[in-house]
Design a protein around this ligand. Structure first.
Ligand SMILES: [Zn+2]
Length: 372
């Protein structure tokens, strides 16, 4: 047990979410509990992780969730491990919610995205259909997030674009997508910045500079593609070429990267397998599975095309494999699934509760100690 690596989980504690400030001590080695000396509350070692209050051996939980993240049907796990189906469903839900938190904390940070590709998958669920829209950063193959909706409309695409915006810096950015018209409106409405003038009323919104949009429209005859049309919706061809050169080393406008990622998701979520019989019953199950698979893909899987060569003497090369998260500079090593499931997302900094009048000496001291 290392008190330097954990933080206080009490939402009312001024020291919440802060690591290495010396406020945490070991409360009990036997029960594996820590104590926060600031608010005098104790918490267990597993707090903030998927393993919190689970009675099953940690190794079994890790194996089961790893299998789930690679598309193993729940029924197979139930019969192989002798677990109750509800237990496995519960772990799946927990890990999905946990991975979403990790994703929002680590991936949804502003970065220079360069080129983003978006696409939607049509998913059959019990008693209906849902659409799963996802986006990927081309240069690092980083999965930027996904959303689910019963119809493929502007609402779905706008929600997806809000995830992309959370990951984006205001730099030249190329969007490549299919012919779905909702993208154009969604991108224009999401990528805007308010201009504060100090006047009353809501501020005017100014669109970001350097947003480029391109569509790839495929025409089918039966199941075969007979023609591909590439349209430039916003920006000039020179700008697009410059970004394509930087993010994928030249080539043409395409949606190949997101289509490849869709294939990964299809093979890793049992409910997404075409003509499969393991249909999801609820959208929430699918949402959790999507975040689990996406996070395992981002943090725990080496991507062959992301490897970098280190030259060795004698014209030889040493290949260093990388995950999308390493390529994006989020981490420096490949995470194990256990590492992902036990990553504790820190609480936001404490802010003193709003009170009338001047703050007391005690509040001032707490603010000086914990909020600076
Ligand atoms: Zn505390």
């Amino acid at each position: 047990m290392d008190p330097q690596t954990v933080f206080c989980h009490n939402p009312a504690c001024p020291a919440r979410g802060q690591i290495g400030k010396g406020n945490i001590g070991v409360h009990s080695q036997k029960e594996r509990r820590y104590i926060c000396h600031e608010c005098n509350t104790t918490f267990s070692e597993g707090k903030g992780t998927v393993f919190y209050r689970l009675r099953t051996n940690r190794d079994v939980v890790v194996i089961v969730i790893t299998l789930l993240a690679h598309g193993c049907p729940i029924q197979a796990i139930v019969s192989a491990f002798g677990l109750d189906e509800r237990t496995v469903v519960n772990w799946q839900g927990r890990s999905g919610a946990h991975c979403q938190q990790v994703h929002e904390h680590l991936v949804e940070r502003p970065r220079d995205l360069g080129q983003v590709q978006g696409d939607e998958i049509r998913v059959k669920i019990q008693g209906g259909l849902v659409w799963m829209a996802m986006a990927v950063q081309v240069s690092t193959r980083l999965w930027l997030g996904g959303v689910l909706s019963t119809c493929r409309d502007t609402g779905l695409i706008t929600a997806l674009m809000q995830h992309v915006r959370a990951c984006a810096l205001c730099r030249p950015l190329l969007f490549c997508m299919d012919g779905c018209q909702a993208y154009i409106q969604a991108i224009r409405s999401v990528f805007r910045e308010p201009i504060h003038t100090g006047k009353a009323g809501s501020p005017r919104l100014r669109p970001w500079d350097g947003i480029l949009m391109a569509q790839v429209v495929k025409r089918y005859a039966g199941k075969r593609v007979i023609a591909i049309q590439r349209r430039l919706v916003q920006g000039t061809m020179d700008q697009v070429q410059a970004l394509l050169q930087r993010t994928q080393g030249g080539g043409t406008i395409n949606t190949a990267y997101i289509e490849r990622l869709n294939a990964t998701f299809r093979s890793c979520i049992a409910a997404l397998v075409r003509r499969g019989r393991a249909l999801a019953r609820q959208t929430t199950t699918l949402h959790g599975s999507m975040y689990l698979v996406g996070s395992v893909y981002n943090f725990c899987t080496y991507h062959r095309s992301l490897r970098v060569a280190i030259p060795l003497p004698g014209n030889r090369r040493h290949w260093v494999p990388r995950t999308p998260a390493i390529a994006a500079g989020i981490t420096d090593h490949r995470w194990t699934v256990e590492e992902l499931l036990s990553f504790r997302v820190p609480l936001p900094r404490w802010t003193p509760p709003k009170r009338r009048g001047r703050p007391s000496k005690v509040t001032k001291a707490l603010v000086a100690q914990w909020c600076s």
